[in-house]
Ligand binder design. Structure first.
Ligand SMILES: Cc1cc2nc3c(=O)[nH]c(=O)nc-3n(C[C@H](O)[C@H](O)[C@H](O)COP(=O)(O)OP(=O)(O)OC[C@H]3O[C@@H](n4cnc5c(N)ncnc54)[C@H](O)[C@@H]3O)c2cc1C
Length: 398
């Protein structure tokens, strides 16, 4: 793996920078920089700009409409976007269901669904988890019964991220209750406007509305929306989860998080000196930065193996574990750095245009909400305990 940038890579980096500068609306960059909530339209404006450039599906091969970038180009793109405060790309379409459709879907499904994902004209969400079926996903009970040319779906999904903004949901459903748990599962694409679907909010620890419960009450889904073969949904589900875990490492965002922590530590004081000069805090920062760098190299190794023809394998569980722990550590050190200023509860300040005066410096009031919100990182995408089980079985052979 050669990590030195070639002149072409440097030219590419300049091209990405110029594109982001010209196309990322300033109001969105400001919200990201200051940790404000984003609304659907913010994500759509940015993703549609990327879509027009052909860059939204930057991990896709050329034959499916992606730019066919090298691993290095993807790395450069992700880092430039994070550095310039672009919102993270919502992964459900471009990084999750899109690759499932172009790998396992029919020609009709590719023609029908891939353009909307490439352009970000359609918002997708993920319907895997259910009450009682999270880690033990294969126990899921949402039923899809074939009746003529459609399925009738009944059941519920939970922890569904951004489903209140979604046009479509990809769902794991049970089509055969008598088969072994993994063998009776199928992968269905469902229009969120179909009668019988209800979305109810779950409010997060930071007060934000990010996740939902989704209920299916006799929902009629055309049989042509089944991806691949009935009963083989588990194979497609696992393929998708490996891609999901790779993205969750969020290395560029963590690098930015470390930079922000340094800025805070330069502004805050401890014992009459800038916090950045406090030896104890410096050690913690240095430790964190080393961990982020080590994770970055581990991710590059995984990407490099994929570029050489491999698929993301069980080793992406390492990335998920370390990436999520690092995100939590950043949020913990931010709370430590701002001290008492983390205590006031001001959810309104997380919205753009709030006219309340923050108590303390502008970076302080987001420290506690981010800390609470970051608890999710070791749970979603398969909890870290489950990732450790995957490593022990699939990587270490225990
Ligand atoms: C913010 C957020 C967003 C999410 N978004 C989505 C989404 O969009 N779509 C979707 O389908 N799902 C989503 N999820 C669901 C997520 O994938 C599940 O929460 C996760 O898989 C854990 O399942 P669970 O919540 O049912 O916990 P459980 O499976 O009940 O686990 C509870 C605890 O027991 C531990 N545990 C369970 N089994 C084992 C075991 N065998 N060995 C060791 N420890 C074990 C777990 O690690 C955990 O600590 C989201 C979750 C969160 C928190």
């Amino acid at each position: 793996m050669d990590l030195a940038f070639t002149p072409q890579d440097i030219a590419f980096r300049d091209e990405v920078k110029a594109f982001v500068k010209a196309n990322l609306p300033q109001d969105i960059a400001d919200k990201v920089a200051h940790g404000k909530h984003l609304v659907r339209d913010d994500h759509m404006r940015w993703q549609q700009a990327l879509g027009r450039q052909g860059w939204l599906v930057y991990t896709w091969p050329k034959k499916h409409g992606g730019p066919g970038w090298t691993v290095t180009q993807r790395y450069i793109f992700e880092n430039v976007c994070a550095d310039m405060n672009a919102p993270g790309i919502i992964p459900f379409g471009s990084k999750m269901v899109g690759p499932v459709i172009y790998t396992f879907g029919s020609e009709e499904q590719k023609a029908r669904f891939l353009p909307g994902i490439r352009e970000s004209s359609v918002w997708w969400c993920q319907g895997y988890s259910e009450p009682g079926s999270g880690s033990d996903l294969a126990s899921l009970r949402t039923r899809a019964v074939r009746e003529g040319d459609h399925y009738v779906v009944n059941g519920s999904k939970t922890w569904n991220t951004m489903g209140h903004w979604a046009d479509w949901i990809f769902c794991l459903v049970r089509t055969d209750a008598s088969a072994k748990p993994q063998e009776g599962i199928s992968f269905l694409l469902i229009d969120m406007k179909t009668p019988g679907i209800t979305v109810k909010p779950i409010i997060m620890a930071d007060g934000g509305h990010e996740v939902n419960e989704v209920f299916f009450d006799n929902v009629k889904v055309p049989a042509e929306n089944l991806v691949g073969k009935e009963g083989e949904g588990w194979t497609y589900a696992k393929f998708l989860l490996a891609n999901e875990r790779l993205g969750i490492a969020a290395v560029p965002q963590s690098k930015r998080g470390v930079d922000t922590l340094k800025q805070i530590a330069r502004s805050e004081t401890q014992g009459g000196k800038p916090l950045i000069e406090d030896q104890d805090f410096r050690n913690k920062l240095a430790d964190l930065e080393i961990q982020v760098t080590a994770l970055e190299y581990t991710e590059l190794r995984a990407l490099s193996a994929m570029a050489a023809g491999g698929a993301p394998g069980p080793e992406v569980s390492f990335l998920k574990i370390r990436g999520s722990e690092i995100q939590q550590r950043i949020s913990e050190l931010a709370v430590e750095a701002v001290g008492y200023y983390a205590m006031p509860y001001h959810p309104a300040l997380l919205w753009h245009g709030a006219n309340e005066e923050p108590i303390g410096p502008a970076y302080a009031h987001i420290a506690a909400p981010r800390y609470f919100n970051a608890r999710k990182t070791t749970i979603y995408g398969g909890s870290n305990e489950i990732q450790r089980n995957v490593i022990s079985k699939m990587v270490l052979g225990l």
